[in-house]
Design a protein around this ligand. Sequence first.
Ligand code: SAH
Length: 347
Amino acid sequence: MEEVKKKDIRALTREQLRDFFESQGDKAFRGNQVYEWLWQKSAHSFDVMTNISKETRDMLEANFVINHIKVDQMQRSSDGTIKNAVRLHDDLVVESVLIPTKSRTTACVSSQVGCSLDCKFCATARLKRMRNLNPDEIYDQVVAIDNESRLYFNRPLSNIVFMGMGEPLMNYNNVLKAIDKITSPEGLGMSPKRITVSTSGVPKLIKRMADEEVKFKLAVSLHSAIDQTRTSIMPFNAKFTLADLREALEYWYQKTKSRITYEYVVWEGINDTKKDIDALVDFCRFAPSKVNLIEYNPIDDGMFQQASNKAVDTYVETLERNGIVVTLRRSRGKDIDAACGQLANKS
Ligand code: SAH
């Protein structure tokens, strides 16, 4: 007998599921019931859908599969950070991280297997991009971390950052669909204000998000406000220049009135001079901005080195003097390679 290729049922929208049931001569609301099982209750099999008849469940089983991620390995850091190695249905692996603090639990999720971009200081960039994650694969990472947060910290997940593997804007549609599910009452019902999408900065897509009036927050990995320097460490900057980025961000702010966060690592001999700081201050002027100074997490080749405390202090002082909010972010989970830029499926 010819094997029928079963469809991934979670790729269907609620409307498509309703239509499917109608086309089978059943009631459209059956589609709602199944949709609820798939998303709100994260069902892994049709068998658990107890308000659906056995006959219908068998019919679904014959036509569809329910793809789910599998947390293959969970590692816990001495500081409480948890890293999940997440196996996808085609056996590729991505990583996601749970970062606990006193008052919140943040999930750091991946959007691609590998990455489309080529930042010289990032371990994920070396994997190249293998494929984009589907909306359900992004959503499932969040559900897995929410469960871990409840289990280990007795509280639900409070925040999500798209700072895992991949460039979220290079997987624009799926990332936005996943966020829709995460924020919808039919999914996890989380507030979009607790979600941050971090991008290396694709001007056209930043404008598109602004036009779509998205409600989540935006973070931009800037690392330098001087084109020549930025291009040397983030080569795609040659194509998406700072002038274009700035114009797109200005547009973003006009439309959303949402403050922009810049992520920034200070490296010795790369961006640790007064000229670098002045360029950053100037870049921050056109819209309310916050600068997150991130500690560098070495990725083994010695090309980059965290700048001295003195250089970082000068950044902090100068930014503050110019009325720009600045935070110093300590790395979490370094002992398990879970910190920013270290996600590379090493273990
Ligand atoms: N592609 C997206 C999101 C993933 S990277 C982006 O570029 O924003 C998440 C953050 O970690 C980015 O700010 C990135 O610049 C930073 N990062 C990458 N490698 C790092 C490293 N080795 N040490 C510290 N931060 C790093």
